[in-house]
Design a protein around this ligand. Structure first.
Ligand code: IVH
Length: 700
């Protein structure tokens, strides 16, 4: 069929369009609306009125209603309710996209290998094969294929939820629309890295300079900016490449090693990194590392290290994950890049817990492809130890995504009269005393929530990605709303809708932006328990700990009541139970209790619970298991597997593994030479199991 060129359809009523014209018109509207979204949200520079924007959306809807088969994957109608600043629909990954633990020295690599041997109880002479690959400095993506056809592509996002960038990824020549060959699983998620090569990057930036556009800082930023374009035609013009290196959800898997999977990928037409090698043992891995480091300048694309993955998948599965990284893989990073620059000043930042952190203000300098003008100085003692003085020439270091650091001053390049830095003993934000508790390195502001910096930082944390994830409520808005008295605490976020008119009346705000912000807030009125716990910003309670707590207590009511009881009675049962949770140590217990000891924190939680609905924690997959939801303690030496593997398996089946026995323990699994824990179990009347009994209960 020959395609005639559609006449200009933009001026005609939806009812007058034929199919070809409608298709062209929907493409135009998608691009046009996306452009206005970007102008509005990312550049804060709208070109059309809210009413005209609405008219474009209504026209799009009317055409889609007449031609439902033509609805585009990137249609503006599909983006309704999506995160406002992004403009992409959110996608929940069926299998989370995890990150990798880092190794920096040869000793870390040895420890990685030994940990695997210990966990799997392998003898020292059992051969261990790895797939060793360059670690591309790009963006990880998940590509879904159904019956061999590319149907969906998503960014990593926070690992649990990414953005739907299907339309953009379809423009990459490296990503086959249909898999070649045969033998692919009916449902297959291919994971890998999108990147831009060095030569292509240089060309792209030259073009941008020529066109008067700002150049990208480095290839990674250029790739990220290109994938997250609202207009796929822009992405299509960018020199994006792809390497596959892992899989996510699959309907069936008939490869037994990572190396075999990479061979299959290549056969299906998906590029894999040609520098990948099979390595056996530590010496082989370290030789690979040296070799890649030497070839790094000639590779043609940026890498920041190498990745070692245990080749056997049955072993990978037994090893499982710790928090967010697999035990069977590690990233061996190249040394950080360094540069020299002048220390122009030392500023003090106040964090959400009141910690005063010194920040170096630097003469801008390029380190590892990124311009650095600020760097952390950690604390008072670090400044003294390095004897850093304003005016010094300093060495700055950057490693991957890590915040830049000031390593040292350059002796002999200090200006005359430079004085040692006097760390303030009052909070620069509110003037309250900022003492340094005995034995601690950090000064803390005593202003509590009356300190504007703490309140702002807490709110920032509250709406941040791993917490309530409210896009569009940026720093500027938080500060402005706080100044207007609209935002005092977290609960106020959910009451902003009562101030819709006041918000819309603010300078630079229209009905549309208010509507979008309020929609983004409403979308988060239901929240998983772990995110809720993390959002509160309790000291030491990061995302991983929040997950542990959520899993242990199940519901927000159970958790909150137990924490209040723990705060009220340090020796009571609730406090003890908190301490038995695996990986929750005494310092963490103290911080959680300190949080709930403050009446204003209890009020904040109560206030929030009137506004939001907290979803109970989901038990992991195998909820049908008889040990799901039970609290298990292991003691003594196990025969058939290491204690670590037993624990990991119990957790994978939904059990809570505790470190000590209490009345709430369901089972104590007693290995050889067990001591006081077995005795305590008998005293408390807790059921004890032999290893064989436990194995039978846990499904062998
Ligand atoms: S494997 C569960 N292989 O590094 C492990 N990652 O620090 C999944 N990356 O998010 C990752 N090259 O973006 C793997 N050959 C490679 C990689 C690689 C680059 C990135 C990826 C990942 C990050 C983890």
């Amino acid at each position: 069929m020959s395609r005639r060129k559609p006449r200009d359809a933009s001026a005609r009523a939806p009812g007058d369009l034929d199919m070809l014209e409608a298709e062209a018109e929907l493409a135009r509207l998608a691009a046009e609306i996306a452009r206005h979204d970007a102008l509005y949200h990312q550049k804060d520079a709208p070109e059309i009125s809210d009413a005209n924007y609405d008219a474009l959306k209504r026209r799009n809807d009317a055409i889609e209603k007449r031609f439902p088969l033509l609805v585009r994957p990137d249609s503006p109608s599909r983006r309704v309710g999506a995160a406002p600043a992004a403009g992409f629909a959110k996608i929940r990954h069926d299998v989370p996209m995890l990150s990798l633990d880092n190794a920096f020295a040869a000793g870390d690599v040895r420890e990685f290998i030994e940990r695997i041997r210990r966990f799997l109880a392998l003898g020292a002479d059992e051969p261990l094969a790895f797939s060793a690959e360059p670690k591309i400095d790009g963006l990880s993506m998940s590509l879904r294929y159904e019956d061999g056809a590319f149907v969906r592509g998503a960014t990593r996002g926070d690992g649990e939820e990414g953005e739907d960038v299907t339309a953009n990824l379809r423009t990459l020549a490296d990503i086959p629309r249909r898999l070649a060959g045969k033998g692919w699983p009916a449902r297959l998620e291919i994971r890998g890295e999108v990147y831009i090569g060095r030569d292509d990057f240089a060309r792209l930036n030259a073009e941008r300079r020529e066109a008067g556009e700002p150049p990208f800082a480095n290839p990674r930023n250029a790739a990220a900016g290109s994938v997250r374009q609202l207009d796929p035609e822009v992405t299509a013009r960018r020199p994006l490449r792809f390497f596959g290196y892992a899989w996510g959800a699959v309907s069936e898997r008939d490869w037994a090693t990572h190396g075999a999977f990479l061979d299959l990928l290549r056969g299906w037409g998906v590029p894999t990194n040609p520098a990948t090698r099979r390595c056996e043992g530590e010496a082989d891995l370290l030789a690979f590392y040296e070799d890649i480091q030497a070839r790094r300048p000639k590779l043609g694309y940026d890498i920041d290290g190498v990745v070692y993955k245990l080749d056997r998948i049955d072993w990978q599965e037994r090893l499982g994950f710790v928090s967010r990284s697999p035990r069977w893989a590690i990233a061996h990073k190249f040394p950080a890049e360094q540069a020299r620059t002048r220390l122009l000043g030392i500023g003090i930042q106040v964090g959400r817990t009141g910690a005063l952190t010194p920040v170096a203000e630097l003469e801008p300098v390029t380190v590892g492809g990124v311009v650095v003008s600020r760097a952390t100085l950690h604390n008072e003692d670090e400044i003294a130890r390095k004897d850093l003085r304003v005016g010094d020439m300093v060495v700055v270091q950057r490693a991957g995504d890590v915040i830049p650091q000031v390593i040292a001053h350059v002796p002999g390049e200090r200006p005359a009269g430079a004085a040692p830095f006097a760390f303030p003993d009052a909070c620069p934000a509110c003037g309250a005393r900022a003492p340094r508790p005995d034995g601690e390195a950090v000064r803390r502001c005593t202003g509590g929530l009356t300190c504007p910096a703490q309140a702002t930082e807490r709110l920032r944390h509250f709406v941040s990605r791993g917490a309530f994830d409210i896009e569009g409520l940026g720093d500027r808005h938080i500060e402005a709303f706080r100044a207007d008295g609209l935002l005092r605490g977290p609960g106020d976020v959910f009451r902003l809708r009562a101030h819709e008119a006041a918000l819309a009346a603010r300078e630079g705000w229209g009905d549309k932006s208010v509507e979008r912000l309020l929609a983004a807030i409403e979308a988060r009125r239901r929240i998983p328990l772990d995110r809720f716990v993390f959002a509160l910003g309790i000291r030491q309670v990061g995302e991983a700990t929040a997950k542990l707590l959520a899993r242990h207590y199940g519901t927000v009511e159970a958790w909150r009541d137990a924490m209040v009881r723990a705060a009220d009675a340090p020796e009571g049962e609730a406090a003890q139970e908190l301490g038995t949770i695996d990986q929750v140590g005494p310092a963490m217990v103290a911080d959680i209790r300190a949080f709930f000891a403050e009446p204003h924190n209890r009020d904040t939680v109560a206030d929030l619970l009137r506004e939001v609905e907290v979803e109970p924690a989901q038990r992991p997959r195998a909820s049908g298991s008889p040990i799901a939801g039970k609290t298990v303690v292991f003691t003594g030496t196990l025969e058939t597997m290491t204690r670590q593997e037993a624990k990991a398996r119990a957790e994978a089946l939904g059990a809570n593994v505790a470190g000590s026995v209490s009345k709430r323990t369901d089972y104590v699994v007693v290995g050889a030479d067990a001591g006081s824990k077995a005795t305590k179990a008998r005293e408390l009347g807790v059921a004890t199991l032999t290893e064989a009994e436990w194995a039978a209960l846990a499904g062998g």
